[in-house]
Design a protein around this ligand. Structure first.
Ligand code: MN
Length: 448
């Protein structure tokens, strides 16, 4: 596992002045990767690194910089927008480039003159998802979420007996992943009401899920597994992930094979991948409450126990359509911490591959909804409103049981710890658009 080096020094300052502001999520100590192009241009996607309020364009930087052959080779896939090829190179490539970029962007660096023309204001960049995601698995590591949701359906047995032994997950859909900023139409689907027959129409119980997404670096061959000892070496970094969920559709369809159309209509990712190296100062022990079963040996390691968790504060903010019209800022609905997850990232990788399943560079592992232990710390409206029975009231008097058209949901995440520079993830935001009219041909319907 990666340890601290001089790139984490909290005293480091950049010649990009905005990166030195205390509120900046992208100081010199962060250096996350994203895929972008200039707004209004048709230029090919390229990879950039966020620094302050700007993006360092690695396409421009690879052409203008007087790099060593080693660094030039690392920049080559990034210059052509192929983060996956860089992800496949593993942690040594990442730490090498991180050190080089950290030095080049430091105050007083001789590189300033070459690299200053390679900066693009983030406000003028259009972001894509950071990489090609071949496969997407969504886990269920939030034990407080699993318990709260379980209580709604099974008051006498909220947590199923497998939960503390198996990292629960399902295979999701990568084709509908979108970067922050892309809205989506309220999905249509089947759901059951008090009526005898199921209804069809726009979802009535649309919800968000506050999650982290882990993006894979180096993969593994089919038939081989990744052990706990090397699991972290296969992780590239983390993004914020909103697993939009149609609760009414989900309730009707999920048995016996799990979520399907209730989840696959849209999933939003934050555009910047915060690397595992940037997260190194914020690692924490992985602990379980006294009396809970120890993980099976293939999901256990001394390193995982001592620093398997990551201390990331997570938040959900909302701005309704009415608030947007009146220029009122978004309000925070809740806060939780990834330290409360019941399984670590390394355990997810080890479990996913223990049967020989191959993960590939850029594959996405969702953490599951990250709720805190207290009332009001639910990572979804399903929890905050107790299944829609207790609507929440916003500061402007509006109430919500579930999302309405025009609502913008913003996920935020940051790491802060005494003696370390605070780093952030950037917003993961999207707005709910009205449903598109159902296309149901009455003649076909009568025939069918
Ligand atoms: Mn989920």
């Amino acid at each position: 596992m990666n340890r601290l080096d001089d790139t984490h020094d909290p005293a480091l300052r950049s010649w990009v002045a905005s990166a030195n502001e205390a509120a900046s999520e992208f100081p010199l100590q962060n250096l996350p990767y994203g895929r972008f192009r200039r707004a209004g241009s048709a230029e090919p996607w390229r990879i950039g690194v966020a620094i302050g309020d700007s993006v360092l364009d690695l396409h421009e930087a690879s052409e203008r910089g007087d790099w060593s052959d080693e660094i030039r080779a690392l920049l080559q896939p990034l210059a052509v927008g192929d983060l996956n090829r860089f992800m496949a190179l593993g942690p040594l490539a990442r730490t090498t480039l991180r050190r080089t970029l950290s030095q080049a962007l430091r105050e007083g660096s001789a590189w300033q003159q070459q690299l200053a023309p390679c900066l693009v204001p983030q406000a003028q960049a259009v972001m894509s998802t950071p990489c090609e995601v071949g496969d997407y698995t969504d886990f269920y590591t939030g034990i407080h979420h699993a318990t709260a949701v379980g209580k709604l359906f099974r008051p006498d047995q909220p947590l199923l007996p497998n939960y503390k032994y198996v990292p629960i997950g399902y295979h999701g859909r990568s084709s509908s992943l979108r970067a922050s900023g892309h809205g989506f139409a309220r999905p249509l689907g089947q759901f059951k009401t008090e009526a005898a027959e199921p209804q069809f129409g726009p979802c009535r119980r649309l919800d968000y899920e506050l999650e982290l997404g882990a993006l894979m670096g180096t993969g593994n061959e089919l038939g081989e597994s990744i052990s706990m000892a090397s699991a972290e070496d296969h992780l590239f970094g983390l993004v914020l992930l909103n697993d939009w969920s149609a609760r009414d559709v989900q309730a009707w369809e999920y048995q016996p094979l799990g979520p399907f159309l209730s989840k696959n209509f849209a999933t939003t990712l934050s555009p910047w991948v915060v690397t595992m190296e940037a997260l190194a100062p914020f690692r924490a022990p992985f602990e379980r409450p006294a009396g809970d079963p120890a993980p099976l040996p293939y999901l256990d390691s001394a390193d995982n126990r001592s620093r398997g968790s990551v201390d990331i504060t997570l938040e959900v903010w909302v701005q309704t359509g009415a608030m947007q019209q009146r220029d009122e800022p978004a309000v925070r609905l809740m806060q939780s911490n990834f330290r409360d997850a019941y399984w670590t990232l390394a355990q997810l990788v080890a479990h996913h591959t223990v049967n020989g399943c191959n993960l590939r560079p850029g594959d996405l592992l969702g953490s599951g909804t990250q709720s805190g232990p207290e009332e009001g710390q639910g990572g979804s409206l399903l929890e905050l409103t107790h299944g829609g029975k207790q609507p929440i009231t916003l500061p402007n008097g509006e109430t919500r049981s579930f999302l309405e058209d025009g609502d913008t949901v913003i996920l935020r995440g940051f790491c802060e710890r005494a003696g370390q520079r605070r780093i952030g993830f950037g917003d993961c935001a999207a707005t709910v658009q009205p449903a598109v009219s159902p296309v149901v041909n009455p003649v076909e319907r009568a025939v069918g």
